[in-house]
Design a protein around this ligand. Structure first.
Ligand SMILES: Cc1cc2nc3c(=O)[nH]c(=O)nc-3n(C[C@H](O)[C@H](O)[C@H](O)COP(=O)(O)OP(=O)(O)OC[C@H]3O[C@@H](n4cnc5c(N)ncnc54)[C@H](O)[C@@H]3O)c2cc1C
Length: 438
C-alpha cells in the first residue's frame, strides 16, 4: 500500500507539537544555557515541567520501543516528529531524544548487561544524566581501524591509555563510551571494544573543549580528552570484547537518520525565511528609476526558491522512505545503502538552501544577526561527523554495484544494434507468421 498521509490521531499530536514548540520550546534557544547541563538547577526547573507535558502527550523518547520507556511509534512517525523538533537545539532534550544520549541509550539497551542498564541506561532515559561517545582520535577519525587508544587487562580491571577528540558534550557527561583496542592481535575489525567509563574515574583529563565555526574566543562543546591509566571494572565492556565495530554500526546508523530528520527542519526554516524575504524586500524595477518591485518578481530569485523547494522535498522523501525501510527490516545493516544515501544528500541540501537564503538577505544574511552562517557551518559538520561524505559515497556505490553483474562480450548489454538483432531473433517466428497473414 502506498500512502503519503498521516493518520488523524498522530496528526493531532503533531499539531500539538507545532504549538508547544512555538510557544514554549523555541524561546529556550535564546537562553545562555545548555540542555545537557543537568547540574544547572535553574535550567532543569524550566525543563522538567516541559518534559512532563511531553510525557503526558505520549511523545517522550519516541526513538525507543515501549520496553525502554519509549512509544514504539517506529522511524516514520519519528521522522514526522523530528522534522519539527529539528528547529530548536533544546527540543530533543525536551522530548527525550537528544544525541548523543539517544545513540548511547540505544546501544546499552541492545548490548548492555542488566547491571549496566540499571546504572547507566535508566537515568539516561529519565533525562537525569548526560553521556558522551568517545571514538574519534586526534590522528584518525574516518578510518577507525587506525585508532590506537589501548585498554589492557589488569586483574579485574581494564586500564585505558590514549587520546580522544571531538567527544561531544564531554563536559556534561556522567559517563563516556570509549572505543579502545583490547585485542591487538585480532583482525582490524575485531581488535576493539566499547567500554563504559564513569566520569569520576581518575585519569580522565579534558585537555580543552573544542568549538566549531569562527568564534575562537568561546569554549566549545567537543572534548579533547586524555585517558591516562584510567581503571574501570572488567564488567564495563559493552557487548563483549572485540565487538566495537558491530556496536558502532548500530549506533551510527540510527544517529545518521535521526540527524537527517532534524535537518529537514533546519532547511525548511531557511526556506521559510527566504520566501518571506523575497516577498518583503523591494528593489528597483526594470522600467523606470522610481519603480519598486519585490525580490520575488525577479526570475533569478524564483529559481532559488524553486531549486530549494525541490531539494527539500526530494530529500524529505528519501528520509521518509529510509525510515520506512528501517521499520520494515528492523535492522540497520539491511539499509546501509539507503542510510549512506541520506548521509550524502543531507549536507548538500542544508548548505544549498542556507546559502541561497543568506544571499537573498544580503549583508544582513551574512551577519551574526541571522542564523544562516551557523546553518552553513552546520551543513559542513553534517558532511564530516559520523563519517565524511566521501566514505558514504563509497559505501553507497559499493552497495548499489552489488545489484549488478559484469557483461560478457565486446559490446555492452545496452548496445542498440545488438539488442535489435536479439529482438529480431526472438520475434522471428512471430514476424514470419504476421508476414504470412498479410
Ligand atoms: C560537530 C562534530 C561532532 C562530533 N562528535 C563526535 C562524538 O561525539 N564522538 C566522536 O567519537 N566523534 C565525533 N566527531 C568526529 C567525527 O566522527 C569525525 O570528525 C569524522 O569521523 C571524520 O574524522 P576526522 O575528523 O579525523 O577526519 P579525517 O579522517 O582526517 O578525514 C578528513 C577528510 O579526508 C577525506 N577522507 C577521509 N577518508 C576518506 C576516504 N576513505 N575516501 C575519500 N576521502 C576520505 C574526507 O574529505 C574527510 O573529510 C564529531 C565531529 C564533529 C565535526
Amino acid at each position: 500500500m502506498w500512502d503519503f498521509e498521516t493518520e488523524p490521531e498522530y496528526q493531532a499530536k503533531l499539531d500539538w507539537v507545532e504549538e508547544f514548540m512555538r510557544e514554549k520550546v523555541e524561546p529556550l534557544d535564546f537562553l545562555d544555557a545548555s540542555p545537557y547541563d543537568k547540574s544547572d538547577e535553574r535550567m532543569m526547573r524550566v525543563l522538567r515541567p516541559l518534559q512532563q507535558e511531553v510525557r503526558d502527550q505520549g511523545l517522550w523518547a519516541c526513538h525507543l520501543g515501549p520496553e525502554l520507556g519509549g512509544q514504539g511509534y517506529g522511524q516514520v512517525k519519528l521522522a514526522l516528529l523530528n522534522e519539527i523538533l529539528g528547529r530548536s537545539r533544546f527540543a530533543p532534550s525536551v522530548f527525550g531524544c537528544q544525541a548523543p544520549d539517544s545513540g548511547n541509550a540505544e546501544i546499552i539497551a541492545h548490548f548492555g548487561t542488566e547491571e549496566q542498564k540499571a546504572r547507566y541506561l535508566e537515568p539516561l532515559l529519565d533525562g537525569e544524566i548526560s553521556s558522551a561517545y568517545s571514538m574519534t582520535e586526534p590522528h584518525a577519525g574516518a578510518d577507525p581501524t587506525l585508532f590506537t587508544t589501548r585498554a589492557e587487562r589488569d586483574g579485574d580491571h581494564w586500564v585505558i591509555n590514549g587520546e580522544k577528540w571531538f567527544t561531544s558534550n564531554a563536559k556534561y557527561a556522567s559517563f563516556f563510551i570509549v572505543m579502545a583496542v583490547t585485542n591487538p592481535d585480532a583482525g582490524p575489525y575485531d581488535r576493539m571494544s566499547q567500554i563504559i567509563v564513569p566520569r569520576e574515574t581518575p585519569g580522565i583529563e579534558v585537555v580543552r573543549n573544542v568549538g566549531v565555526g569562527s568564534e575562537s574566543s568561546r569554549e566549545g562543546g567537543h572534548g579533547y580528552i586524555r585517558y591516562t591509566d584510567v581503571r574501570v571494572p572488567a564488567d564495563h565492556v559493552l557487548g563483549g570484547e572485540g565487538k566495537a565495530f558491530a556496536i558502532a554500526q548500530t549506533r551510527l546508523g540510527g544517529g545518521r537518520i535521526h540527524h537527517a530528520m532534524r535537518t529537514i527542519a533546519q532547511a525548511r526554516r531557511a526556506f521559510d525565511m527566504m520566501c518571506e524575504r523575497a516577498l518583503s524586500r523591494q528593489v528597483r524595477g526594470s522600467r523606470r528609476d522610481t519603480d519598486r518591485t519585490p525580490l520575488s518578481t525577479l526570475q533569478m530569485t524564483q529559481e532559488k526558491i524553486a531549486d530549494s523547494w525541490l531539494q527539500i522535498e526530494q530529500f524529505r522523501l528519501l528520509v521518509l522512505r529510509t525510515a520506512w525501510l528501517i521499520d520494515k527490516h528492523g535492522d540497520y545493516l539491511k539499509v546501509r545503502k539507503d542510510i549512506a544515501a541520506v548521509k550524502v544528500a543531507m549536507p548538500a541540501v542544508l548548505h544549498d538552501v542556507a546559502q541561497r537564503a543568506l544571499h537573498l538577505h544580503g549583508a544582513l544574511g551574512a551577519s551574526n544577526e541571522m542564523p544562516f552562517a551557523a546553518m552553513m557551518i552546520g551543513a559542513e559538520v553534517l558532511g564530516i561527523a559520523d563519517g565524511p561524505t566521501e566514505v558514504h559515497k563509497i559505501t553507497l556505490a559499493k552497495q548499489v554495484l552489488r545489484q549488478y553483474a559484469p557483461h560478457e562480450g565486446l559490446f555492452p548489454s545496452g548496445h542498440l544494434p545488438s539488442r535489435r538483432e536479439q529482438a529480431q531473433a526472438r520475434l522471428a517466428e512471430l514476424l514470419e507468421h504476421e508476414a504470412a497473414q498479410v
